[in-house]
Design a protein around this ligand. Structure first.
Ligand code: CMC
Length: 421
């Protein structure tokens, strides 16, 4: 690959260094463009704009490849614990035994919700969406722990998030909050905090713990997506970890991002309840005059199967078998996928199931309420948000401040109100 790119603008040539990543991805380092030429690159939605170089996550969307720090997602989902993945994302390598035990101790030290935090939670309207509650409580941690240094805040949040997710769930179902058990894995402790009995004696089932562990790992990072970029953007102003993460939770809640997992199950429910067949909904998704989109389908980066969806499709099957459940939604999801993948509309645009397409069926099998699905995504994504922010700060990146091309009115002057149309 050549090491320079040339741009000709208005007859003048500008040269830019070319950066090549370890997997052969190519970027043109355009930082000097505005200073040298006065022009900027215009790329709404950032489809062709790299905001950073990163060593954390690699995606090859054409081939359906996803790796955290070089490790294929399939291997991690099969063989790692979520705690190991947290260490991997934050520290760059899988932990040895003593590193893992130090991390587990650290997370356990922060796994309780203080009285203040419970009070904030209790003050919020019970009918509010769990993602709004999560965002508010995460942001309130910045008021309670306002003296935290960067590292303490990172681990405090990682420790507390599962207790917080579980408390939001328990409040919703009207059950008392439980205390974290330091002997359990991250996934097991979440299951205990969310589904355990206040009188004790309810052991966390291994099937549930394994399924949760895998879900958390599959969601742990996904390079420069909307919420991770938000975490970096907010952090670039040197705002604290709580501000970065609460903003990222807000970004994730949107239906085009993490909120899609809730929308998928609502869509499957609508199909199940209606007297129309799957083909009718596929036709609606193709119809440009109809707002309906096939939720859980399509991705900015994957133009092939999302490898997370492949893993989840199989896990959903296995989980339902193990739990002895029959889930009508999984069958509808399979039919939708099959029908869509035989339609030119979807193949031409290279729209495949994404992670959210099958995750809902797994959450559903685990008895997690629909509007809690995106909170589960947030629990998994937290180490990614923190690792992305950490990498940005370690590199001392400048404040993120995109430019624009102004296309509004030229200068004009205030007229007296009676002269205005
Ligand atoms: N159903 C029907 N048509 C679709 C869909 C869909 N789910 N997704 C994309 N298209 C069409 C779109 O209308 C456009 O068609 P045309 O070229 O004729 O205008 C074309 O495909 C390209 O779509 P786009 O909206 O320009 O693509 P994007 O990269 O901006 O958006 C997306 C990606 C994920 C927001 C979009 O595919 C979508 O809205 N999918 C449904 C929501 C969803 O599942 N989101 C979860 C994403 S994965 C997990 C996460 O990030 O949290």
């Amino acid at each position: 690959m050549t090491d320079k790119a040339t741009l000709i603008l208005d007859g003048t040539e500008y040269e830019f260094p070319v950066v090549e990543g370890t997997e052969g991805e190519v970027g043109i380092q355009g930082t000097s463009l505005r200073g040298d030429s006065g022009a900027i690159f215009l790329d709404p939605g950032y489809g062709s704009t790299g905001s950073c170089t990163s060593e954390i996550t690699f995606i090859n969307g054409e081939e359906g490849v996803l790796r955290y720090r070089g490790y294929p997602i399939e291997e991690l989902a099969e063989e790692a614990s979520f705690e190991e993945v947290i260490h991997l994302l934050l520290e760059g390598h899988l932990p040895n035994r003593s590193e893992l035990s130090a991390l587990r101790d650290r997370l356990a030290r922060h796994a309780h919700l203080s009285e203040d935090t419970i009070e904030v939670l209790q003050a919020l309207p019970p009918q509010a969406h769990p993602m709004s509650i999560l965002q508010t409580v995460v942001s309130s941690l910045g008021t309670i722990y306002n003296d935290d240094d960067e590292e303490t805040a990172m681990y405090r949040l990682l420790g507390k998030m599962k207790a917080l997710g579980a408390a939001i769930y328990r409040r919703r179902i009207g059950e008392p909050y439980l205390t974290s058990d330091p002997d359990l894995s991250y996934a097991g402790d979440f299951a205990h905090l969310a589904f355990g009995s206040p009188t004790g004696g309810s052991e966390v089932s291994e099937v549930v713990e394994t399924a949760l562990n895998q879900l958390l790992i599959l969601h742990a990072d996904h390079e420069q997506n909307c919420s991770a970029s938000t975490s970096r953007m907010v952090g670039s102003a040197r705002s604290d970890v709580y501000a970065s993460v609460s903003a990222a939770v807000g970004a994730l809640s949107g239906p085009l991002h993490g909120g899609a997992n809730q929308k998928v199950i609502e869509m499957l429910h609508e199909i199940h309840e209606s007297d129309k067949d799957v083909d009718t909904f596929i036709e609606k998704a193709k119809d440009k005059s109809d707002d309906f989109r096939l939720m859980g389908f399509g991705h900015r980066v994957y133009k092939n199967f999302d490898p997370r969806a492949k893993i989840l499709k199989n896990s959903a099957n296995d989980l339902l078998d193990e739990l002895g459940q029959d889930d009508p939604y999984l069958e509808i999801a399979r039919q939708l996928e099959q029908t869509a993948l035989n339609e030119e509309y979807f193949t031409k645009r290279r729209l495949y199931p994404n992670v959210d397409f099958y995750s809902g069926t797994v959450y559903y099998a685990l008895d997690i309420p629909t509007d809690m699905f995106t909170v589960m995504f947030a629990l998994g994504r937290l180490p990614g948000w923190i690792a992305q922010r950490k990498e940005m700060l370690d590199e001392e990146q400048r404040i993120h401040r995109p430019r624009q091309v102004y296309v509004g009115e030229n200068e004009r002057h205030v007229e007296p109100i009676e002269q205005r149309d």
